[in-house]
Design a protein around this ligand. Structure first.
Ligand code: RAM
Length: 359
């Protein structure tokens, strides 16, 4: 049952779109966000852990970028879970990872279509908020997955792993590879991406440890999850910092493009590269000696959990409050602080284990 009518939705959505556009430039991360008690999530009513899962619900997946193989795998995982549960799946989304106004329009379209829940990977923590709050007012449950919004703009966030662990382990991996000495750079995705910005903050914090005193972070470059731009940014980094010893690229598009550049250059095997990549993208660069080790979670499992969380929310089993529990497949999950649900630990891939993975 919809709480509020969608009759006024046209005008409200137009206002929502322009307001959302006005805050597109809002940056930052969720690292220090505090949950606002007046948030939609906090006021979403009481959870009924015994409620049966509803059937025939429609969940709209809205990734950062549709033509990114990482999101293809993630959303396929969501589609499969929804089919198993007897729900309907749809996917919409922009083809560029820097099209926040495109993401806002897709949220508005899904709201007009009266889907039951939206699973969204946000390109920006604030830009989608007005549109997402409008959706929640229309009783549409919002799950962020992969990349969060501010906490009051969604009911729950399905996180791929602990952001802190990811940020710190990437620095640890690279530091070992360069012998704890030399200049390093980060090749990120979009400048506003919540997930990458949160991980980068933890990388910078990790680098404060005295054991990294001989390592200097010289630049954070942005390849916008665009293969060509990421390739050029890598080339630019090496031109600007010829003594560079290592690069961390916490994006599947960025690390692949950086590996492609390094493997065809005189820096192959000399400039170390790590970060987050898919085994299928990175296999040949591990085998040809460009990359020693990198990490990731299974994107399909992330999409699966996002879908199951969306269905649990839309069925009233959970509301997104800390301490609530629900079953996704065979696993019981507990909602943590700020409505965060953690998928688990990422895997580190290297020459020894990479052939065991196919995604
Ligand atoms: C890219 C996207 C995504 C991120 C992965 C690691 O595909 O930026 O948001 O989680 O890389």
């Amino acid at each position: 049952m919809r709480k509020s009518s969608l009759r006024r939705a046209g005008a409200a959505l137009a206002a929502a779109t322009s307001l959302a556009l006005a805050v597109t430039a809002c940056g930052g991360t969720t690292k220090n966000d505090v949950k606002d008690d007046s948030s939609a999530a906090a006021s979403a009513g009481k959870a009924d852990p015994g409620a049966a899962l509803k059937k025939g619900l429609t969940v709209g997946f809205l990734p950062k970028q549709v033509n990114n193989p990482y999101f293809t795998s993630a959303d396929k995982g969501g589609e499969k879970a929804l089919a198993e549960l007897g729900e309907k799946y749809k996917e919409v989304g922009p083809s560029s990872a820097t099209d926040t106004s495109g993401q806002v329009s897709y949220v508005n379209t899904l709201t007009q279509q009266q889907v039951d829940a939206i699973a969204v990977s946000a390109q920006d923590p604030g830009a989608l908020c007005t549109a997402l709050k409008q959706a929640m007012k229309n009783d549409i449950k919002i799950v962020t997955y992969d990349s969060d919004t501010k906490t009051d703009c969604r009911n729950a966030f399905v996180s791929q792993a602990s952001a802190e662990d990811l940020g710190r382990t990437e620095v640890q991996l690279l530091a070992e590879q360069i012998g704890y000495k030399g200049e390093i750079a980060i090749l990120s995705a979009a400048q506003t991406a919540t997930n990458q910005n949160t991980w980068i903050e933890f990388m910078k914090d990790e680098l404060k440890d005295p054991k990294y005193k001989d390592i200097k972070l010289v630049k954070v470059a942005y390849g916008n999850d665009d293969a060509q731009a990421s390739f050029q940014q890598t080339q630019g980094l090496l031109q600007e910092y010829p003594k560079l010893k290592g690069i961390i690229s916490p994006t599947t598009v960025g690390i692949k493009a950086a590996a492609q550049y390094l493997s065809g250059s005189k820096y192959k095997g000399k400039v170390k590269l790590t970060g987050l990549g898919t085994p299928n993208d990175m296999r040949k660069y591990v085998k040809n000696g460009t990359v020693d080790a990198f990490e990731l979670w299974d994107p399909a499992r992330l999409g699966d959990l996002a879908a199951r969380t969306a269905v649990a929310l839309a069925s009233g089993q959970i509301t997104g409050k800390e301490g609530e529990t629900f079953k996704a497949g065979d696993t019981e999950y507990t909602i943590g602080k700020d409505g965060v649900i953690n998928l688990g630990k990422p895997t580190v891939f290297d020459a020894k284990n990479i052939d065991q993975f196919n995604f």
